[in-house]
Design a protein around this ligand. Structure first.
Ligand code: ADP
Ligand code: MG
Length: 397
């Protein structure tokens, strides 16, 4: 599903036009300050490109999950401050982008100036994908750019309906990058193509496994997810996190996948989840009652490392263990390093999922892979093969 990118507008006269840009500024706040500006920085290439072309830039974003209308705790005003620092220019704040005089305020912006609108979720129509609200948003711009990949799996007024009302409607650079890397991996991967899946629950990733299986050469399974597969093998899993209602599903998947599905050969187990808890390294058929798997063992780390090292395309989603509690971060770190090495050898490596991205960042390896997806839920749905409404609504390439 190729979509028109901002690049496609490069030859058109954009000078003076108002670019309405949906960004994902759903950033963490503490005491009225942005504590992690990664998502703001991710949108800068699109904002800068538009400013350089003389556009007036009007930004829309949601923040958190305000329940009943405007709630100062979820105001984007602190984000405007962080954006001012990032861009080095004053930012106009539209306290009510749905007000009758809001379009006039955007027309009063000068070329290259930037305005940020208040939280789209303050308005009840946003999550209902309401057309009337979308029309109010559309009145704030002369064309539409969606750079909020992380929100593209939701059909909301600021991501979906508005894209039908304001044309052209194109993908921003961040969105385009996400679609290019994730899309290329799924549609024309250089082989071998290896997926590494982990995390807490098999239930949340079953559709990803299903969609990836026919496309990949191997799926390496780690995390607590592996324990549900162990159970399906009839093994003792002790107090490991197992989803009993998914054991049959795991059995079926394993039978269909054959040798493509690679499970850990062993586990690092403990009786309690604590940094100082005594640990043991056991083969996967050696987990004892009262003990839980919190990480993959060294043999598995080496095995996964070898398989990732052979790959030309790698997608990684979900940590291999409880990486938040060392020493159970070893498996996750090993996968992060293996991806970095594979990238150095020329492989395309893509990391999706909030926790995996956090682990990668903690290891200082975010720059060492080809692409880190900014959209947790959106990248999962993409990998499940679902159509993202925010993407589908953009103009065909
Ligand atoms: P992502 O955000 O990258 O998609 P998930 O949210 O699916 O990843 O899973 C991350 C969580 O999985 C982490 O909090 C981690 O502690 C947990 N996890 C991984 N392995 C295990 C395990 N063996 N037992 C319990 N929890 C685990
Ligand atoms: Mg997560």
């Amino acid at each position: 599903m190729a979509r028109k990118n901002l690049d496609a507008l490069a030859s058109q006269p954009l000078e003076g036009l108002r670019a309405l840009v949906r960004v994902d500024f759903n950033v963490p706040l503490k005491d009225g300050r942005v504590t992690d500006a990664t998502r703001i920085e991710a949108a800068l290439p699109t904002i800068r490109w538009l400013r350089e072309r003389g556009c007036r830039v009007v930004l829309l974003s949601h923040l958190g999950r305000p329940k009943d209308g405007p709630d100062p705790r979820y105001s984007l005003a602190p984000v405007a401050n962080a954006l001012e620092s990032a861009l080095g220019i004053p930012i106009a704040f539209l306290a009510d982008p749905t007000a009758d005089d809001a379009p006039r305020a955007t027309k009063q912006l000068r070329r290259g100036e930037v305005a940020l609108a208040e939280n789209t979720r303050f308005y009840p129509g946003e999550e209902r994908n309401d057309r009337a609200l979308a029309a109010r948003f559309a009145a704030l711009g002369d064309f539409y750019v969606n750079d909020a990949f992380g929100s593209a799996h939701r059909a909301h007024a600021s991501t979906e309906a508005v894209a039908h009302l304001l044309k052209p409607a194109v993908a921003g650079f961040l969105m385009a990058r996400e679609l290019a890397y994730l899309g290329q991996a799924l549609e024309q991967p250089a082989r071998p193509f290896v997926a590494v899946l982990g995390g807490a629950k098999i239930s949340g990733k079953i559709d990803v496994i299903e969609h990836l299986l026919p496309r990949v050469d191997e799926v390496l399974i780690g995390g607590a997810m592996a324990c549900t597969f162990f159970k399906a093998l009839g093994l003792e899993t002790g107090t490991s996190l197992v989803e009993p209602d998914r054991v049959d599903m795991a059995k079926g998947l394993r039978e269909r996948a054959g040798a493509k599905l690679v499970l850990p050969s062993g586990a690092v187990v403990a009786q309690a989840l604590a940094p100082d808890a005594p640990t043991r390294s056991v083969a996967r058929d050696g987990i004892q009652p009262g003990w839980a798997m919190y990480d993959v063992d060294e043999a598995t780390r080496n095995d996964f490392g070898t398989r990732i090292g052979r790959a030309k395309t790698v997608i990684w989603n979900g940590p291999m263990g409880v990486f938040e509690t060392p020493p159970f971060d070893a498996g996750t770190l090993a996968v992060a390093r293996a991806l970095a090495e594979a990238t150095e050898q020329g492989a395309v490596t893509v990391v999706g999922g909030g926790d995996s991205a956090a682990a990668l960042s903690a290891a200082g390896l975010s720059e060492a892979v080809t692409h880190v997806s900014t959209g947790g839920g959106a990248s999962l749905e993409f990998l499940e093969g679902k159509t993202l409404p925010g993407v589908a609504a953009l103009d065909d390439a």
